[in-house]
Write a protein that binds this ligand. Structure first.
Ligand SMILES: [Zn+2]
Ligand SMILES: [Zn+2]
Length: 251
């Protein structure tokens, strides 16, 4: 595969996500850019981003033209969204083949993301929406191959068995404080959702009482250093689908 920006061949870099799953990123040794699967940038630690972006490229100048997706040949526009500061450049494929970060931009994006979360923690201001810090996902379909260990089969009756990955993105847990987290995920179609906790606390939360695509729940009053287990219920209007269990541990 060629670099979307300078069209030299890309090399594959093995990395680990913040929840310990192995993944790969495509790296351009010529311009120092990185092609990242949709949504994956949200799951990297700052340290991983720093290591990834420490590559010393052959060419010190970043190409000026807009990158073109290596998979579909479409121009990749820059992301203009609350999640990406104006000083950081991230390009994304309109067909959701991935995000392209020119040299240093992956580290700068992660730094901005962490700073924003830290700022809210420090001032005790809840993030209005986790989508203010997440790289947006345009289409959810291609996530079937992403984070397969997180995306598990939906437990449902035999004839209505559907892959969770066809319905929702892996939920992202953003810790705001040792006692508060934000859980966010997106669905392909507008649906109503609830989250049911079965470990750490026994409680059911209404996440989206009205059908929508982006779902966000702020969970407060948690205990520091505790493991929580929860599942998501999706009400499509026709049937209710329950995902298998997800877990997180408070800091
Ligand atoms: Zn390149
Ligand atoms: Zn594409």
């Amino acid at each position: 595969m060629d670099c979307p920006h300078c069209h030299q061949s890309l090399s594959t870099l093995e990395i680990e996500t913040s929840d310990g799953h192995p993944h790969s990123i495509e790296e351009c040794l010529s311009c120092g850019g990185h092609l990242v699967e949709p949504y994956l940038a949200n799951f990297l630690t700052l340290e991983t981003a720093r290591n990834v972006d420490s590559v010393i490229p052959k060419n010190r100048t970043t190409p000026i033209e807009t990158p073109v997706c290596s998979k579909c040949g479409q121009t990749m526009p820059g992301i203009k969204d609350d999640s990406v500061p104006q000083t950081v450049t991230v390009f994304t494929c309109p067909n959701n083949h991935g995000d392209f970060f020119p040299k240093n931009q992956l580290f700068l994006f992660k730094q901005a993301q962490q700073s924003k979360i830290y700022y809210h923690k420090l001032w005790g201001i809840p993030l209005k929406s986790a989508f203010a810090v997440l790289i947006p996902v345009l289409i959810i379909f291609s996530l079937a191959t992403l984070l397969p260990s997180i995306l598990e089969q939906v437990s449902s009756t035999q004839e209505t068995r559907i892959k969770a990955s066809e319905i929702l993105t892996p939920p992202l847990v953003t810790p705001i404080s040792p006692t508060q987290v934000l859980i966010s995920f997106s669905t392909q179609k507008p649906v109503k959702t609830t989250i049911r906790f079965t470990k750490g606390q026994i409680k059911t939360y209404e996440v989206s009482p009205a059908p929508q695509n982006n779902h966000l729940l702020s969970v407060e009053g948690l205990t520091s250093g505790t493991q929580y287990i929860y599942a998501i219920s999706i009400d499509t209007g026709v049937k209710t689908i329950n995902t298998s269990a997800y877990t997180f541990t408070t800091p």
